[in-house]
Design a protein around this ligand. Structure first.
Ligand code: NDP
Length: 324
């Protein structure tokens, strides 16, 4: 027996329920993991609200860190007591313990705590692929990162600085501006009261930026495209304000022959090798102290609904974890 957050209908945070669930022995190829910490991500709110539809009832949550409790038939290389983490596989990380296929698990190095593991797997691997694969950022380029004090944003800013980029960050209020500056942003724009596209033109002497990392979606998409330099890249990777509206392809030519891409994490960790390589780079950057994972909110797992409210009402900064 375990306890988990589940939901039977889509809607606001109130649909999340704390339920007793069966925990059978792991099937062939599966491992039972006892969670020590669970990661909270904005995508969890899309699953809960129905923006990303799911068969119901459903579990929730894409990442956690913990200890292997039992292994099913045919699982090689993992045994009870191993420290592991994951950020893919069927939803269901919001649980005290669960069974999951071994191929989703990576070993957590001793230098990385369970809390760090749960806080950074999804957001850190995302930052890694966005900066290294979707648009490989080069030293000396100027880039724009929206929601720069948020979970993914905080990691993007720090890692882009390690790559030698100049970073312009946008944030929703003064407190977040202080945080974004401390993370390494060269310039911070409070986009709730300043017109960010105009400021970006000013800050770049009219040239625009090489790439925009935009997770805000509907409200910022068109202005973000207008921030690009000629043949720049618009990376639209989230929908915090709702999905981006359809647009005329001609806009890309009129904006300087720019590129638009809409990447998703699972396509960048589609093979075991790619997952492990990205995790190794992340663990190395965090374990060596070059990258800091700010765990700025902690909630009891059973209070996940409150965590969702705070995330959606823009009250959180950095990463958030749920504790079983
Ligand atoms: P964040 O911690 O960044 O939280 C979202 C932030 O978005 C808020 O803190 C807020 O920052 C900003 N925001 C702006 N407008 C709104 C609004 N109307 N409602 C809520 N938030 C708003 O979350 P995550 O780090 O978990 O995720 C960031 C984004 O990245 C999400 O859109 C998520 O879906 C996306 N993502 C995409 C992935 C992919 O592979 N495509 C993988 C991982 C995440 P502020 O107040 O400063 O504006």
């Amino acid at each position: 027996m375990s306890h988990a957050i589940r939901f039977h209908r889509t809607g606001g945070p109130e649909v999340l329920q704390w339920e007793a669930v069966d925990l059978p022995a792991p099937d062939a190829g599966e491992v039972r993991v006892r969670h020590h910490a669970v990661g909270l991500n904005f995508i969890d709110t899309y699953h809960r609200s129905g923006l990303y539809p799911l068969p119901l009832p459903s579990g929730l949550g894409m990442e956690a860190a913990g200890v292997v409790e039992a292994v099913g038939e045919g699982v090689a290389g993992l045994q009870a007591g191993d420290r592991v983490a994951y950020t893919s596989g069927p939803l269901g990380a919001y649980a005290e313990a669960r069974n999951i296929e071994a191929r989703h698990l990576v070993r957590l190095p001793e230098a990385i705590s369970f809390e760090q593991g749960a806080a950074m797997m999804l957001q850190g691997v995302t930052a890694h692929y966005l900066l290294h694969s979707t648009y490989p950022v080069k030293a000396g380029e100027t880039i724009l990162v929206h929601a720069a004090a948020g979970g993914v944003g905080s990691i993007l800013v720090q890692w882009a600085k390690l790559l030698g980029a100049a970073v312009i960050g946008t944030v929703g209020n003064d407190d977040k501006a202080v945080r974004a500056k401390a993370l390494g942003c060269d310039h911070v724009i409070i986009y709730s009261r300043e017109r960010f596209a105009e400021r970006v033109r000013e800050l770049t002497g009219g040239a625009g930026v090489a790439v925009v990392y935009d997770s805000v979606g509907r409200d910022t998409f068109l202005d973000s495209v207008s921030c690009l330099q000629r043949r720049g890249t618009m990376v639209s990777f989230g929908n915090a304000t709702g999905p981006v509206a359809p647009f005329d392809c001609g806009l890309l030519a009129r904006s300087g022959s720019v590129y638009v891409t809409r990447p998703g994490l699972l396509d960048y960790i589609a093979t075991r090798e790619e997952l492990q390589a990205r995790c190794a780079a992340l663990f190395d950057a965090v374990g060596s102290g070059r990258l800091r994972i700010g765990i700025n909110q902690r909630y009891a797992l059973r209070d996940a609904a409150q965590a969702h409210r705070d995330l959606e009402e823009r009250r959180t900064t950095g990463s958030t974890i749920l504790l079983p």
